[in-house]
Design a protein around this ligand. Structure first.
Ligand SMILES: [Zn+2]
Length: 476
C-alpha cells in the first residue's frame, strides 16, 4: 500500500505537536464557577477509594501481573500478524472474565510488513558487522546486498548542499544527534526518499534515541511518490559515531547492506470495551492504547503498558461498582506503528457521531510514574482538567502540559476538535527502549503501573461523571 499524503500530513502534525510542549498554568486565566470547582473537589472520596484499591488494596500489582502474562505469552505483535489477532482474542476473553461483556471489534485492512534477514557489514576501512534493524516498509536489497561508499550527513540541509553527482550510487547515513523525538525522527521517516531523490542507492539512520548499548531502533518510514524506493535501516549510535569519525578523517568507508522483507495487507481489528454510563450512555469518555507493537522486544512498554492501564479503567470501576453518568469506552487501537491505521479507521467510521466523544485519552508514551496529563482542547476544557488534576497531589500527578494534539493515535481525533489528553509521565528513559529488542517487561514497574492505572481510572471516572461536558473549542 502506498502511503497517502494524508498519513504523511498526520505524521507531520504529530511530530510538530510533540515539539510544542508548553507548561500551562491552569490557575491563571481560568474562570471556572465556584459551583464547578466545588463539584470537582467533591470527587475526593471516590478518587481516594480508587487510589486505595489499586495502590494498596486488592488490585495492587494486578496491572503488572496481567501485562506480564500477556507479553510473555504473545511477545511482539506486529500489524497484520496472526499473533496480534490471537492477542486481541485473549484480551477479549480476559475482559469478559471480569464481567465486562459489552465488547465490539471493528475490522479494517492493515499493513503487514515482515522483516527477513538483515546484515550490514563494513568492508572498508575496517571489516566489521554493524548491528542493524530495517525500517518499516523498507524494500529489500538484492540477495547479495548493495555494496557502496558511504556519505554521512547530519541533517537535510547538509544533504541538500551536496552535489547530486557526489551522492549518486552511494549510501547516505544520517547521523542527527537526538534532541526531541519529533525533531529527530524526521530522518527516520523521510530520510530514504530524500536520499533517493538525490540518487542514493540505500539510506541508513543513526537510531532515534539519546542512549544506547549498541541497540538499533526500528520504526516506520514512508516513501514519497515518484521517487525510487531504496532500502533503509537504522544502525546504532555507537556504529554511526564510528562511521562519522572515519568520515571526518577523510577515510573511504564501504558498506555492504543486505535487507530483506515481505509486504502485503491483512485484516485486523480495533477493540472497543464499553462500561455503559448510567445517565448519558451515548456520551463517551475514551481511554486507549495500541495493542500492536514492533516486531522486536515484547512491546511491553510500547504500548503494552498503555493498553493495560486503559484496560484496567473499566475493570477497576466495575469491581468497585462505580458507574459514571457517561460511558467509559476502552479502545485497543490496532496497527498504530505503521501509521495510526486503526485510529484513522475508527475516526472515519464514527465521524458522524464524533460529537458524542466528550473526552478522549491515550497512554502511548510510557507508563512510568504518572505526573499529570498533556491536554488539548479549549481553554475551558484545560481549566476543568487542571482543576481535576488538583485532586492528585497525594501521588504527585497534578501537572498539566499544554499540547494542541496530544498523543499519537488520538491526534487523529483531537485534530477534529475533540478535547483529549495523553498520560504525562516520568518517561525520561522511554526512548532508550523504544522500538528495540530491549522493550521487554524489565522496563515496567509494578508500583508505577499501579499509580498509572489508579490515576487513569480516577481521571476517566471523574470526567465521565461530571455534571458538565468538557467544552469544545467554539468553531468560527
Ligand atoms: Zn506506541
Amino acid at each position: 500500500m502506498q502511503l497517502t499524503s494524508k498519513i504523511y500530513i498526520n505524521l507531520l502534525i504529530f511530530t510538530i505537536s510533540q515539539a510544542r510542549v508548553l507548561k500551562y498554568d491552569y490557575t491563571d486565566g481560568c474562570q471556572l464557577s465556584e459551583q464547578i470547582k466545588n463539584e470537582i473537589a467533591s470527587y475526593k472520596d471516590v478518587k481516594d477509594q480508587i487510589l486505595d484499591y489499586v495502590i494498596d488494596g486488592e488490585f495492587k500489582g494486578k496491572t503488572y501481573e496481567e501485562l506480564a502474562k500477556f507479553v510473555d505469552k504473545f511477545g511482539a505483535r506486529p500489524s497484520g500478524s496472526k499473533v496480534l489477532e490471537r492477542s486481541i482474542d485473549y484480551m477479549i476473553e480476559l475482559t469478559k472474565s471480569e464481567g465486562l461483556d459489552d465488547i465490539t471489534t471493528e475490522e479494517l485492512t492493515v499493513p503487514h510488513w515482515v522483516r527477513g534477514k538483515e546484515k550490514v557489514t563494513m568492508l572498508e576501512p575496517l571489516y566489521k558487522n554493524l548491528a542493524v534493524l530495517g525500517l518499516g516498509r523498507s524494500v529489500s536489497t538484492p540477495p547479495e546486498g548493495i555494496t557502496a561508499e558511504v556519505i554521512v550527513v547530519k541533517d537535510f540541509d547538509e544533504l541538500e548542499k551536496v552535489d547530486e553527482s557526489y551522492i549518486r550510487g552511494k549510501i547516505v547515513l544520517y547521523d542527527p544527534i537526538f534532541t526531541t523525538y519529533g525533531d529527530t525522527v524526521l530522518y527516520r521517516t523521510n530520510g530514504a526518499s530524500r536520499a533517493a531523490s538525490k540518487g542514493a542507492v540505500a539510506s541508513l539512520v543513526r537510531s532515534i534515541t539519546p542512549f544506547s548499548i549498541n541497540s538499533p531502533h526500528t520504526g516506520s518510514q514512508t516513501y514519497d511518490e515518484g521517487v525510487p524506493k531504496i532500502p533503509t535501516a537504522a544502525i546504532t549510535l555507537e556504529d554511526a559515531d564510528l562511521v562519522r569519525r572515519m568520515y571526518d578523517r577523510g577515510e573511504k568507508i564501504v558498506l555492504n547492506v543486505k535487507l530483506s522483507s515481505k509486504y502485503n495487507e491483512k485484516t485486523s481489528r480495533n477493540t472497543l470495551i464499553d462500561l455503559k454510563g448510567s445517565e448519558q450512555p451515548k456520551k463517551l469518555v475514551i481511554v486507549s492504547g495500541h495493542i500492536d507493537s514492533w516486531d522486536v522486544g515484547q512491546g511491553a512498554m510500547d504500548d503494552g503498558g498503555g493498553m493495560f492501564v486503559s484496560w484496567a479503567a473499566p475493570v477497576i470501576l466495575k469491581r468497585l461498582n462505580l458507574t459514571p453518568k457517561r460511558t467509559i469506552r476502552t479502545i485497543f487501537w490496532t496497527a498504530e506503528e505503521l501509521g495510526l491505521i486503526g485510529a484513522k479507521a475508527y475516526e472515519e467510521k464514527h465521524r458522524n457521531e464524533s460529537s458524542n466523544i466528550n473526552f478522549i485519552m491515550e497512554s502511548d508514551e510510557g507508563t512510568f510514574a504518572p505526573l499529570g496529563l498533556a491536554v488539548g482542547g479549549s481553554q475551558e476544557a484545560r481549566c476543568i482538567v487542571g482543576e481535576i488534576l488538583k485532586l492528585f497531589e497525594s501521588i504527585n500527578a497534578t501537572e498539566l502540559i499544554e499540547e494542541d494534539n496530544p498523543g499519537s493515535d488520538i491526534s487523529v481525533i483531537t485534530e477534529t476538535g475533540v478535547p483529549g489528553a495523553s498520560l504525562y509521565n516520568a518517561n525520561e528513559r522511554y526512548f532508550w527502549f523504544h522500538h528495540t529488542e530491549g522493550d521487554m517487561m524489565n522496563v515496567e514497574s509494578p508500583e508505577e503501573l499501579d499509580l498509572g492505572a489508579a490515576f487513569w481510572t480516577a481521571v476517566a471516572y471523574i470526567v465521565a461523571d461530571l455534571s458538565v461536558d468538557i467544552p469544545r473549542q467554539v468553531q468560527n
